[in-house]
Design a protein around this ligand. Structure first.
Ligand code: DGL
Length: 295
């Protein structure tokens, strides 16, 4: 018999970046089911206004709500920075963004109190990381830098080599000049470029991948609310009859709003396994959501 704990976790991003969060989810909680939505037709979010990102995020959340997810991960920093409070007000599903967990990890990691944050124009412009870090410790210094070209590089799979490295050197010179010892990858696309970024900043700078901390917190919240599949996560999961994956693994489904070719290629290389089923949902079929309408 399946119950609420057997429902999948919903994850959305503007494109493939949220797969960095999925990878961590698979690592920490392999028995959980996942429904992923990548808004590949409308990527990037990071160059768009708060109103537009909020509208897109609301539609994505509604799509996943209709998939009956038990928990929602806003696996996009731009959407977390600009739309999370609105989604939390309008939806009943428990949810989490990636900014506060990332801020906590950075505050714990820094030794000299100087933290760099790289992200999209939307995330850096919102100063959401500054606010979250200063809530923890207002003496920490935060220096932000928007790195918009990293998103198309990640979407294209150009994560290594001369071009990626030269773009990274140009962007990061400014934050490195501030003597940071910790750098938050404040965009879920950026962990795809992690090796290149680590080479450029050197081994003395700790890179914070917000996915790790986010998923750790999701796990705690699921356990606390009795929604963790298999109870506490320590016992055998009750996968119910609907499980289509291998024993002990949750079932997964991936949805994108444009042709899936590139998403499949880059995503499968990154996750190291096939993305099945991978379904293209026409953007016009995405749920239209009227604020305040009862659902
Ligand atoms: N993955 C998105 C984020 O974390 C960035 C990509 C975009 O601009 O849509 O902000």
């Amino acid at each position: 018999m399946s119950g609420p704990a057997d429902a999948p976790i919903g994850v959305f991003d503007s494109g493939i970046g949220g797969l960095t969060v999925v990878r961590e989810l698979l690592q920490q909680m392999p028995e959980e089911g996942i429904v992923y939505f990548g808004d590949t037709a409308r990527v990037p979010y990071g160059t768009k206004s708060a109103d537009t990102v909020t509208r897109f995020s609301r539609e994505n959340a509604l799509f996943l709500e209709r998939m009956r997810v038990k928990f929602l991960i806003v696996a996009c920093n731009s959407a977390s920075a600009l739309a999370l409070p609105t989604l939390q007000r309008e939806f009943r599903i428990p949810m989490i963004g990636v900014i506060e967990p990332g801020a906590r990890a950075a505050a714990a990691a820094t030794r000299n109190g100087r933290i760099g944050v790289i992200g999209t124009q939307a995330t850096i412009g919102s100063r959401a990381y500054d606010a979250a870090i200063h809530k923890i410790d207002d003496k920490l210094e935060v220096v932000g830098k928007a790195c918009p070209l990293f998103v198309p590089l990640a979407e294209e799979g150009w994560v290594e080599g001369e071009v990626a490295e030269s773009v990274a050197r140009t962007y990061l010179a400014e934050v490195l000049d501030h003597g940071i010892d910790t750098l938050i990858l404040g965009c879920t696309h950026y962990p795809l470029l992690k090796d290149t970024l680590q080479r450029v900043v050197g081994d003395d700078v700790t890179l914070v991948d917000t996915a790790v901390e986010t998923i750790t917190e999701v796990q705690t919240r699921l356990v606390d609310s009795g929604l963790r599949r298999g109870g506490t996560g320590s016992g055998e999961p009750d996968l119910g009859e609907s499980n289509r994956g291998e024993p002990g693994r949750g079932e997964h489904a991936y949805y994108v709003s444009d042709v899936p070719g590139q998403f499949r290629q880059v995503g499968e290389r990154f996750l190291g396994h096939g993305l099945e089923p991978l379904v293209w949902v026409d953007q016009n079929d995405l749920p239209w959501y009227e604020r305040g309408a009862s659902r």
